[in-house]
Every structure is written in structure tokens, then in C-alpha cells.
Design a protein around this ligand. Structure first.
Ligand code: G3H
Ligand code: 13P
Ligand code: ZN
Length: 311
């Protein structure tokens, strides 16, 4: 089966009350770990590439490795551009064979966001590619995605109908209190998401697929393992898994996870060297990283997203 768009995945996910996992990829072991998990669990899959990933690995390398994953798989796989910040970047990805792009113009004014998104939608739809856009702004600091807490803003449900109808976009990322990175809520605070906003958005645009970014849960066992073997990660709180499960039963059809995979990978590599200080063959420690990524993704597919067995 060739690369697919997310259209059919989202339709089934909305009706079935589950969500598709969208996992960020930066190298071969990450791709293989995720794809192995999805094949084992028979789950539809979105692999996404950020601007930072393009810069690190070269988009052609990533696309060719994802094409290899498609050949080796019997599940539907969608290749998505994560946080495209310009028409040019989206166009380049569409021309390069991606089946889905995100235009993230959420840092612009409402009208400018509509204008840029509409332009991307026109180009993408002419080529059979689907488009995700964002309304509202998530906090969080990563490589190329960087929003200070004071600049974050919840999505305004009053804006979604106009935005969706004027842009013709296929899915919409909203801000309900999730954030990018491994430090989402301060230790000692109680994580909270604005499910009231999600509910209101779903009422305004019934049946329309909603996307949740910044959805890593920051598993405590990874923080502990990283720190046990010489790391210095501050204690952090992510999005509780039961909240993600709840969102998946509502209008949320795509849940983005990156930081948890990074932590799984780092914990495995640190443990590997602590237990095998004489090792120097990358296949040994990257092999452990790949296995750790596979296992955390399997856990997400089965216990968080509910999409195992839905391919
Ligand atoms: O939301 C952003 C993704 O986690 C990608 O992060 O820009 O560091 O590649 P990155
Ligand atoms: P996390 O940093 O919570 O994994 O979010 C990833 C993301 O939203 C990618 O777009
Ligand atoms: Zn994101």
C-alpha cells in the first residue's frame, strides 16, 4: 500500500472514538521503532517531520526511509510535515511526496492565519495532499518550535467555524492547555486541560477532526532512569494518559507525541552505557534505543490512543 493521506484514518477515528498517533521522526532507528510497533499492533500511523528534523537528517533521507517503511509494512502510513511555518516549506514538502502538511500560521493575526492557510490548502488539495492548521498557541520550547508561556493562548471556539469554512482546511490543531517539550506543568501543580473548549469546538464544527499537539506524558520511569544513569532532568509533569484517552473519545483524531520518544531513547542509551561501559558499536546502543521506542509506542497505541487493531 502506498503512502496515504489521513482522511480515511480521521473519519474512522472520529466515528470509533479513538485517535491516530502522530510520532516525530529524525533518524532510521526512530522510524523503525515506531513502524515496528504500529505493525505489531496493526495500527494506522502518521509519521511526522519537523523543520528541525529536515535540517538534521535531510528531508530526502527521511522520505526515502519512510518509503522503505511503507514497503516493509501492511498498515496505512501517512507522511506529514509538522509545524510548517511558511507556504514555501509546505510546498517543498508537498512537491517532495508528503501526503499531509501542517501550516502553522498561529503566530500571525486571525486574518493573516486564514490567508496563509488558504493558500497552502489550494496548493495541497490540487495535488491530493491534506492540510492541518492551528488556531490558538501552545507554549513550549523545542528546536524550531518555540513559544514562551506568556505568548500562549487558548483557542477561541468563536473563531473555529469561520476559520474552517474560509480556509477549507482538513483538520485543526487547538490549544487547550497542552504544551510542547518535557516540562508541561510545574511539579506540585495539578495538570489541567480545558475540555470545555474542546467540547465547544466540537459543537461548532461537528464531525471535524481536531488535533492535539504537545501530548507527551513524560513517564516518570524515563526521568528516573535518565537520572539514575548520570542525567540531570528536572522533575516534570506531562499530560496524564487518562486525559489523552478522554480527548481521543471526543473530537480529537490525531495526537502528537515526540518528547516521550526522545526520553525513551535517551534512557535506553544511558542505561546501555552504564551497564556496558566497554561498548563502542552504535548498533548495540542504538538497537536498545530502537527497542525502547517500539515499546513506548506500543503502549501509546494500545493504552492511550485506542488505535491498536484499527489498521
Ligand atoms: O512540536 C515540535 C516537535 O516536537 C518537533 O520538535 O522542532 O525539536 O524537531 P523539533
Ligand atoms: P510533545 O513535545 O509533547 O511530544 O509534543 C510533540 C508535538 O506536538 C509535535 O508537533
Ligand atoms: Zn506540535
Amino acid at each position: 500500500m502506498p503512502l496515504v493521506t489521513s482522511t480515511d484514518m480521521f473519519k474512522k477515528a472520529y466515528e470509533g472514538g479513538y485517535a491516530i498517533g502522530a510520532f516525530n521522526v529524525n533518524n532510521m532507528e526512530i522510524i523503525q521503532g515506531i513502524v515496528e510497533a504500529a505493525n505489531q499492533e496493526k495500527a494506522p500511523l502518521i509519521l511526522q517531520v519537523s523543520a528541525g528534523a529536515r535540517k538534521y537528517a535531510n528531508p530526502t533521507y527521511l522520505r526515502k526511509m519512510v518509503e522503505a517503511a511503507v514497503i516493509e509494512s501492511d498498515i496505512p502510513i501517512c507522511l506529514h510535515l509538522d509545524h510548517g511555518d511558511s507556504f514555501e516549506l509546505c510546498k517543498d514538502s508537498i512537491d517532495g511526496g508528503f501526503t499531509s502538511v501542517m501550516i502553522d500560521a498561529s503566530h500571525h493575526s486571525f486574518n493573516e492565519n486564514i490567508k496563509i492557510t488558504k493558500e497552502v490548502v489550494k496548493y495541497a488539495h490540487d495535488k491530493g495532499v491534506v492540510v492541518e492548521a492551528e488556531l490558538g498557541r501552545l507554549a513550549g520550547i523545542e528546536d524550531a518550535v518555540n513559544v514562551a508561556e506568556k505568548d500562549a493562548a487558548y483557542t477561541d471556539p468563536d473563531q473555529v467555524e469561520e476559520f474552517v469554512s474560509k480556509t477549507g482546511v482538513d483538520s485543526l490543531a487547538i490549544a487547550i492547555g497542552t504544551s510542547h517539550g518535557a516540562y508541561k506543568f510545574k511539579p506540585g501543580t495539578k495538570p489541567q486541560l480545558r475540555f470545555d473548549i474542546l467540547e465547544e469546538v466540537a459543537k461548532r464544527i461537528p464531525g471535524f477532526p481536531i488535533v492535539l499537539h504537545g501530548a507527551s506524558s513524560v513517564p516518570q520511569q524515563f526521568v528516573e532512569k535518565i537520572n539514575k544513569y548520570g542525567g540531570q532532568m528536572p522533575n516534570a509533569i506531562g499530560i496524564p494518559e487518562e486525559m489523552l484517552r478522554q480527548a481521543a473519545t471526543m473530537a480529537v483524531c490525531k495526537i502528537n507525541i515526540d518528547s516521550d520518544l526522545r526520553m525513551a531513547c535517551t534512557a535506553a542509551v544511558r542505561e546501555h552505557f552504564a551497564l556496558n561501559p566497554s561498548h563502542f558499536d552504535p548498533r548495540q546502543y542504538l538497537g536498545d534505543a530502537r527497542t525502547a521506542i517500539r515499546e513506548i509506542v506500543r503502549h501509546k497505541l494500545i493504552n492511550v490512543l485506542g488505535c491498536a487493531g484499527k489498521a
